[in-house]
Write a protein that binds this ligand. Structure first.
Ligand code: T1G
Length: 651
């Protein structure tokens, strides 16, 4: 098989060109090709070498699919040292996203140029790793300790302009990258620019690594890789390059063999797999979605409207009255002002987005939109009425979507004459921030409607997971046994703060009882009033919740639920709640006992795992790794545990 690496002489410049789709990952073939090319360049008439990639991006990193397999020479660190030690000028030409080992290859080059749209980053920490090909040693030498640590511990890429400010890129080239890069190389040669080896630059002096460790520990929340990165950067600041490389190699191999990296690598592929729908042809045509209507201007409707506007898609929001519409638009206004205040959006971008959102109380305003998303409260009858009305108003081919969290999408579709155009798009609150989108495929949902929504999810920066129709789809259905176990643990002897503390120490963003308080205890209470005792299920699952609501403890919104909340919504344990739990336990005949945190974590994670297994068996989820994606992006399950299904299989 021909090598993905080509080497040609262009005048006095040796050009190493790599073409290894989809992202020029540094696979064994690419590494071998680079070594052969740089070796050839040592001995030919070239005066300088240019490394450039074809396709969508410069190297996007080591080849993750090779991880866990025996390493084949040339080893990336050694290859990069060979590139750096070349006596001829080596220049990297960056476009797309130069990430991980890809950017480390650029760092081992003597100079770096990039097109304005390029990004560079060291996202290994998102895989539970650290830059293992000299990145922890070279980055601080160019960008300084703090900027290097931020890049490596956050894993967030930076734009080429920022990289230039940091000294990580030397030249921004306009126009065609190859032409611009060749011009830049000639400029270097004409100015007798020296061979500049990053490893030979003296590391910046820095003192307070303990303060840095404390800051990184707070942000790492149980992850081990960020602290290993601090160790490597400290070695870079206090010893020779060779000594630092030894520390990097040791820390990298410890992380690679660790549980967290295995889980994060699983999750990397799980997220990409979730975007694929089994049986749906890759070339399934998609419908144009260049305008959207939202029914309902509440918290969800407002957040959904923003998700589309932020992606440049005009939105028409429908409410039942001018007051309701005004209220809905003011929620959006408040959210944008908050994003600007937090520096998440510039005022200009916020104004552009706001301008894309208009409102009306007249359904006829939706006659020409490409898609409508209904986001009213969970009343099945009302939803059916709305869909029947949309059926009469919307143009042929418009996609009619419901944001329902639980209801039967097939029943809603049956209220229209076009069930093939109906689908569920379940957003998570706050909808303009949470990345998960459950795409609920109805029995009659057309393939092109499904394909359109899967593609649209990426456009509005959501992570789509396909679900079949059942009560609660994937995520919320799994919440029921999870919630039941949390209530049983309280009745059997644990306190709310012990249950939540154990799960938050495990890595959950929020323990189950704080989640109940956040959602509002009165929501479930109201829903239960409409159910028979048989429909309500085991009283142990809701009796404490009922008693709390009857004691006017509705959760965060009322200032008290399982906890007391101050004006910053900070939770404080409450002895009155302990008393309510103890009395309910006696009422239901529970013997109370000491419960260890391990049991709490085991029972709650097992509840998720077992329900998830049923969801896969019933075909509601395509694969168990999809459930991991749902729980990490929608419910704050720690990605470094892989997700509830991966954790259940590998704990
Ligand atoms: N290795 C192997 N395959 C990769 C890959 C990689 N690094 N990156 C992407 N792919 C595949 C992906 O599985 C998918 O395959 C296709 O490319 C398109 O990806 C020593 C040890 C580059 C920003 O962490 O962030 O270097 O499903 O759907 O949304 O220090 O991919 O089509 O068959 O994500 O346009 C560090 C990971 C590695 C970058 C493109 N690098 N990749 O996003 O497309 S560790 C990373 C990404 C390392 C060194 C260490 C993104 C992207 P398929 P995609 P995208």
């Amino acid at each position: 098989m021909s090598s993905p690496v080509k080497y040609t002489l262009t005048g006095n410049i040796g050009v190493i060109s790599v073409d290894s789709p989809p992202v020029n990952a540094l696979s064994h073939a690419v590494r071998q090709g680079l070594l052969d090319a740089i070796t050839e360049a040592q001995n030919d008439a070239s005066e300088a070498v240019l490394i450039i990639c074809e396709g969508r991006t410069f190297f996007a990193g080591a080849d993750i699919s090779e991880f866990g397999k025996p390493i084949q020479d040339p080893w990336l660190p050694e290859l990069l040292n060979a590139i750096e030690s070349t006596d001829k000028l080596v220049v990297a030409a960056i476009h797309g996203t130069a990430l991980g080992g890809g950017f480390e290859t650029a760092l081992a080059s003597h100079y770096r140029c990039a097109v304005p749209s390029a990004k560079i980053g060291l996202p290994e920490v998102k895989l539970g790793l650290l830059p293992g090909a000299g990145g922890t040693q070279r980055t601080p030498r160019l960008a300084g300790i703090e900027a290097a640590l931020e890049l490596m511990t956050s894993g967030v890429p930076v734009a080429a302009s920022r990289a230039k400010e940091l000294g990580l890129v030397d030249e921004i080239v306009a126009g065609d990258l190859r032409e611009g890069a060749l011009t830049y190389v000639r400029k270097l040669l004409d100015s007798d620019a020296p061979v500049r080896r990053t490893s030979e630059i003296d590391p910046p002096k820095f003192g307070d690594f303990d303060a840095l460790r404390a800051a990184v520990t707070r942000r790492a929340r149980g992850q081990v890789a960020p602290l290993a990165i601090v160790d490597c950067v400290e070695a870079a600041a206090t010893g020779t390059f060779a000594e630092g490389m030894k520390v990097e190699r040791q820390k990298f191999s410890e992380l690679m063999q660790g549980k967290q990296s295995a889980a994060l690598r699983h999750f990397f592929f799980a997220e990409r797999q979730a975007a694929k729908v089994d049986g749906l042809a890759k070339d399934t045509p998609v419908r144009a979605v260049d305008s959207v209507g939202i029914i309902g201007g509440g918290t969800m409707g407002g957040g959904i409207a923003m998700s589309f506007a932020n992606a440049g898609i005009p939105v028409t929001m429908i409410e039942i009255s001018d007051e309701a519409l005004e209220r809905g638009l003011s929620i959006i206004e408040r959210n944008y002002a908050g994003s600007v205040k937090r520096g998440k959006l510039t005022e200009e971008k916020a104004a552009q987005c706001r301008a894309l959102i208009s409102g009306s109380t007249d359904y006829d305003a939706l006659a020409d939109v490409d898609m409508v998303i209904e986001a009213v409260f969970e009343d099945p009858g009302l939803k059916k009425k709305i869909f029947a009305r949309l059926d009469g108003v919307c143009k042929k081919g418009a996609i009619l979507a419901t944001n329902t969290s639980y209801q039967d999408v097939d029943q809603i579709a049956a209220a229209t004459s076009r069930p093939e155009d109906v689908i569920g798009t379940h957003f998570f609150s706050p909808a303009h921030i949470m990345k998960l989108l459950e795409v609920v495929r109805g029995e009659k949902t057309a393939d092109d409607v499904l394909a359109t929504c899967m593609q649209l999810a990426k456009r509005i920066r959501k992570v789509p997971v396909v679900s079949g129709v059942c009560y609660g789809f994937i995520g919320n259905r799994m919440l029921r046994p999870y919630g039941l176990q949390s209530q049983l643990l309280l009745l059997e002897g644990a306190t709310p703060e012990q249950v939540d503390g154990a799960m938050e120490a495990f890595g959950m963003a929020m323990g189950p009882l704080r989640v109940f308080d956040l959602a509002g205890l009165d929501v479930g209470y109201k829903a239960r009033q409409a159910l028979s005792d048989a429909e309500k299920g085991d009283p142990a699952g809701y009796r404490v919740l009922d008693h709390l609501v009857e004691a006017d403890r509705h959760g965060q919104k009322s200032g008290s639920g399982f906890y007391i909340y101050d004006e910053h919504r900070k939770p404080t344990p409450c002895p009155e709640v302990h008393k309510i739990i103890e009395e309910t336990a006696a009422e239901l005949g529970f013997e109370r006992r000491e419960i260890a945190d391990e049991e709490i974590v085991d029972r709650l994670t097992r509840a998720l795992y077992e329900e998830g297994g049923k969801i896969v068996e019933e075909g509601i989820a395509q694969r168990s790794s999809d459930i991991d994606v749902v729980y990490v992006y929608g419910y704050g399950f720690p990605a470094y545990r892989g997700g509830p299904m991966y954790f259940g299989e590998n704990a």
